[in-house]
Design a protein around this ligand. Structure first.
Ligand SMILES: Cc1ncc(COP(=O)(O)O)c(C=O)c1O
Length: 449
């Protein structure tokens, strides 16, 4: 039994708990336990403080333990802890829908709430397919995603997503007719690019190839992350999203931006759509909307899509879709409080201000043995490592373990270390984060633990 774990009877829970996206047996041999968190730091069960380099899982831009959010949740729990979202609503959820819509680009004014990124993606895909049906184009059923895309773990998300490991075991469950654009990462062309790469806009033209192959009349929507987070901060090439927008418009295909990690400030603007000046037809969001404190997600929908649904008899349900916890008042209260703090403390402009600080500090690691690429955009960055021969992913895991010993909680997937620090970070903290990561990478020279 681990000395840092609280026990229930004679059990510490390790045997009972099945961790998500984690090698369970390896973890349970030497569990890593977080005891508490404050600001930009976690405290581990053994008392060590570590910097939260990924803002939770991209979801805590205000850091942890924010008193304003805690108070808002308490107040909401005392006033209205839960309210059904079917046939009823409540002031907190209604006003939060308006606030989210106000932050979105003009013309995207309708908000459907879910509880996670995965649910938000599946909701957006359903809305897209239903929209074409409402318009008399029921033959438009095909979804186009992108290789290496991550859209959560629902059936729609893994089908449109392009991560082999998340798909192969569930192949029989995939949606029919989904196709994929090529991903936009080519190390030979873009290694060590600062910000958006100049190379790669032409890859959007592959959508024309898919249109020629399947015919536009079969395609409902294209879904992409404007900046890919889970694939390791893959930054959109200059002109790429603009080109996707053009082709979608030309062929009557809806464009969905999955803004689950980019929404609410990560790129120094409310949404990536505004930073990159491309207006999609729908945007999914989750994570930072409540600072990760209470789960919430949703889809922001263009007026013409919403209007297309509002055409039947007024007493009839227009969209047979929704969750018990859609627009949960506690989540809406946490969302209001999150946006209050973002506005009050100017945290989205602060994220923009920190972008060059992170850029300079992370690119200073170029030349460190083992690093084969560094990328950055907004308040996010990634470092790719040369794999140890025959042991893919192990080098990044060893760096993760070393960094944890020296004060950083980083995220790794495959051979990539990703960082998306809290907006409340100081310049110094970002510089220390990058330097400490560099030391950890330099010290990991063999697969041994
Ligand atoms: C772009 C994107 N979409 C969807 C999801 C899934 O979100 P969740 O884990 O809340 O279901 C994620 C999670 O990282 C994401 O990055």
């Amino acid at each position: 039994m681990n000395e840092h774990l609280v026990t229930s009877g004679n059990r510490d829970g390790l045997e009972n708990y099945w961790l998500p996206f984690t090698p369970n047996r390896y973890f349970k041999r030497n569990p890593r336990i977080i005891a508490s968190a404050e600001g930009a730091y976690y405290t581990l069960a053994d008392g060590r403080r570590v910097f939260d380099c990924l803002s939770g899982l991209w979801c805590c831009p205000l850091g942890h333990g924010n008193a304003h959010i805690a108070e808002a949740i308490k107040r909401q729990a005392e006033t209205l802890d839960y309210a059904t979202a079917f046939q009823m609503s409540n002031p907190t959820t209604l006003s939060f829908a308006a606030r989210v819509a106000d932050m979105a680009p003009a013309g995207l004014d309708h908000v459907f709430f879910a509880n996670s990124g995965s649910e938000s993606v599946d909701t957006a895909l359903k809305i897209a397919i239903g929209y074409h049906r409402m318009k008399g184009e029921a033959h438009r059923t095909r979804i186009i995603g992108r290789e290496r895309g991550y859209h959560g773990v629902g059936m729609g998300g893994i089908s449109a997503g392009g991560m082999t490991a998340n798909r192969k075991m569930f192949a029989p469950l995939m949606l029919n007719g989904v196709d994929h654009l090529p991903h936009t990462y080519d190390r030979a062309q873009t290694a060590f690019t600062h910000g958006q790469p100049e190379w790669g806009a032409h890859l959007a033209d592959d959508l024309e190839r898919l249109v020629a192959l399947h015919d536009a009349s079969t395609i409902a929507a294209v879904i992409v992350e404007p900046m890919q987070g889970s694939a390791g901060v893959v930054v959109p090439p200059v002109g790429y999203l603009e080109r996707l927008r053009e082709i979608c418009t030309k062929h009557g295909i809806l464009l969905i931006f999955d803004e689950v990690i980019t929404g609410f400030g990560r790129l120094g603007a409310n949404f990536a759509s505004q930073r990159l000046n491309v207006r999609p037809d729908m945007m999914t969001f989750a994570k930072a909307v409540t600072n990760g404190v209470i789960p919430m997600g949703g889809v922001i929908v263009a007026d013409e899509i919403y209007d297309a649904y509002m055409s039947g008899p007024e007493e009839a349900v227009e969209l047979y879709h929704g969750y018990t916890y859609s627009g949960h008042p506690m989540a809406a209260a946490a969302g209001h409080a999150t946006l209050d703090v973002m506005e009050r403390d100017g945290l989205i402009p602060r994220a923009a201000e920190l972008e060059p600080v992170l850029e300079t500090a992370i690119h200073a690691l170029k030349g460190t043995p083992g690093i084969v690429d560094i990328r950055n955009f907004g308040l996010a960055a990634a470092v790719d490592l040369e794999p140890f021969e025959g042991q893919p992913g192990l080098r990044a895991m060893r760096v993760f373990e070393r960094a944890l010993q020296t004060g950083l909680l980083v995220r790794f997937t495959g051979e990539t270390i990703a960082m998306a620090p809290p907006f409340i970070s100081t310049d110094d903290e970002l510089q220390t984060m990058c330097a400490t990561l560099g030391d950890a990478i330099a010290s990991v020279t063999s697969p041994a633990a």
